[in-house]
Every structure is written in C-alpha cells, then in structure tokens.
Design a protein around this ligand. Structure first.
Ligand code: DGY
Length: 326
C-alpha cells in the first residue's frame, strides 16, 4: 500500500499543478466539466489528506466533519467564500488561496467589461451580425465617455489597485472606499478616499472589488442605486452576492443604472431566463475574470505548492487561516 498522502482535486486544472501534487502525493482528479456532486465530495474527502477545491465546491462544516484525515484545503481562487474557514480552523486544517497571480488578468477583464458596457460593443456586434446596421448615423448606439470620467472603486485591494492603475491611462478621476485606508496609493496613483455615499453620488462608473462577507452581501441594493448618478455604469467582477440583482434589474430598466458589465452572479451559471439576460444594456460574461492561460497556470502551481507545503508540515505561502493545532 502506498504511504504517500492522498489528494483529491475537484476538477481538471492545468497540468503544471497536477505534476507538483504528484511529486509528493497520490492524486485523484474529478475528470468531468461539471463539479462533483455532494455525495462524491463527501466520499472523496473521507479518504483525503489534502483537498484542492474550486469556488464551485461548497466546503462546509458537514463536509469538513466527514474528512478525518484532512490537513489542507487549497482553494483554486483568491476568493474563499465557498469554504467554512472557522470550521476548518477549529479542526486544525489549513485553508489557502491564490492571491496575486490573477490580479492583472482580472483587472484587464474589468476594463474590458467597463469599455464594452460604456461603448455598447455587444449591442453593436449584434446589430452588425443581424442587419440592424443601416448606415453611419450621427445618433446611433451612442455610449458614455470613459476618458476623463469618474470611476468609483469599492474595495481597494490588489485587484482594485490594478484597476485604478488602468484608469490613470484613461485620465479618469478615481474615488475609492475600503475599510483599510490606502494612503500609499493615494499619493502614488492620485486616487481619492470617499465615503460610500459620496462615491455612489459622484461616480460615472462603479467597479466592485470587495470580498463577499456578511458585511458586503447586497452592498448595492435599492438605496445604493437611488444614491447613484442617473446613468451610472456598474461593473462587477468580484462576487454576484455583493449586488441585490432584483434591485439592479429595476434600476437598469428605469435607467437609474445606465448599463452594467457583469462577470459574477448570485446563482452561477446565470439561468438563461434570468431577467438580467433579457436586458439590452447589460454585458454578461460567465465568470471569466481570471481566465487567461497564464493566470490559470499560475493559480494551479500556487494552489499545488500551498497544498504540498501544508502536507509536508510547513506553513503554506498563502494561508487564509491559522489552524489551531497546526
Ligand atoms: C477568484 O479567484 O476568486 C475568482 O473569482 C476566480 O478566479
């Protein structure tokens, strides 16, 4: 019988990550496109010393309870709201994430959505393909100016900062709100701290970069939309639950919110008949923020190294907890 530790990987990730895991563990990989069912997960964690999970896997207290040997949960994501971290900590299990390596890719994608929503690129694509484009017209598919506009960034962590850097290239004024003031960036990037209400009222564009916590759930709801400038454009590449989607649909219909570029949703995949999917002034993406070859490869190697370190009795490089008995 092999004496190597056992690792379960809940989806196929780039091979570079699997190779690192195989160097020290017996590795099983769920081979399908859709996530493993709850039953499969419960069965697999029963045998596992390490779990490499995705944001689509709900790792809750029951699952952790069903994993007597588990020493590390390495999440293949920077966000870890899919994991009951206190339950893992209480059991002495490391929880790790993949910060940094997806920052630039996600910031690029945020700007892609911002530009697409502002300049109506998806509507234009549709018109061009379907014969809606009749001739060059002075008032056809007019959008919003991005250069020189005010961008409100909610959450000035790594990705918020990378978005602010891009905004400088568009001569935008950047307001931000974050529980931790970023004096360093205020002078370096010329960004301005603002109370949430001020940011909502003064921004032409608002981009979300906060983690999902009980404090940030539905951060943008009816009151926030009412406080915005009419026609503000909203971009969300963070987590869907930061926004009250029913209220957003109302705001997009009545023009309070002029347009939105969304990559994340309360329910993923977004149901095809969701009201958001019927609105012309919304650009929808299927959670692609970090979806570049390089970012996903680097996430795989980082997640694998985190897991191997924990199994080898070392402190992983990117822990999000301090397990009580480690
Ligand atoms: C994350 O890492 O949290 C993103 O949502 C997926 O890359």
């Amino acid at each position: 019988m092999s004496s190597k530790p056992r690792v379960y990987v809940t989806r196929r990730i780039p091979e570079e990550g699997i190779d690192i895991l195989r160097s020290c563990a017996e590795v099983r990989v769920w081979p399908h496109r859709l996530p493993p069912s709850r039953d499969v997960l419960l069965r697999e964690v029963g045998e596992a010393d390490g779990l490499l999970s995705l944001l689509t896997d709900g790792i809750d207290a029951e699952l952790i309870e069903a994993a007597p040997r588990l020493r590390v949960i390495s999440n293949y994501a920077v966000g870890y709201d899919n994991i009951d971290v206190p339950a893992a900590t209480a059991r002495g299990i490391w929880v790790t994430n993949t910060p940094g390596v997806l920052t630039e890719a996600t910031a690029d994608f945020t700007f892609a959505l911002l530009l697409a929503a502002a300049r109506r690129i998806v509507e234009g694509d549709r018109e061009t393909r379907c014969g809606g484009w009749l001739t060059w017209e002075p008032q056809y598919l007019l959008g919003a100016d991005v250069h020189g506009a005010t961008l409100g960034i909610i959450g000035m962590g790594r990705i918020g900062e990378a978005v602010a850097r891009r905004a400088r290239g568009f001569s935008m004024r950047v307001l931000y709100t974050d529980p931790n003031p970023r004096g360093d960036l205020e002078s370096a990037l010329g960004i301005e701290p603002a109370a949430l209400d001020t940011l909502l009222g003064d921004s032409d564009f608002i981009s979300l970069h906060a983690p999902l916590t009980p404090d940030t759930e539905h951060l943008l709801g009816p009151d926030a939309f009412a406080a915005m400038r009419r026609g503000t454009i909203l971009v969300n590449t963070a987590r869907g639950e930061l926004v009250d989607e029913a209220a957003l649909v109302v705001a997009l219909r009545d023009g309070t919110v002029g347009a939105a570029g969304l990559d994340v949703y309360a329910e993923e995949p977004l149901p095809a008949d969701h009201p958001l999917a019927c609105l012309p002034n919304v650009v929808l993406a299927p959670h692609l923020g970090s979806a570049t070859v390089g970012a996903r490869r680097d996430m795989a190697t980082m997640a694998a190294h985190n897991l191997v370190a924990a199994l080898s009795g070392r402190r992983p490089a990117h822990p999000v907890n301090s397990p009580v008995s480690s």
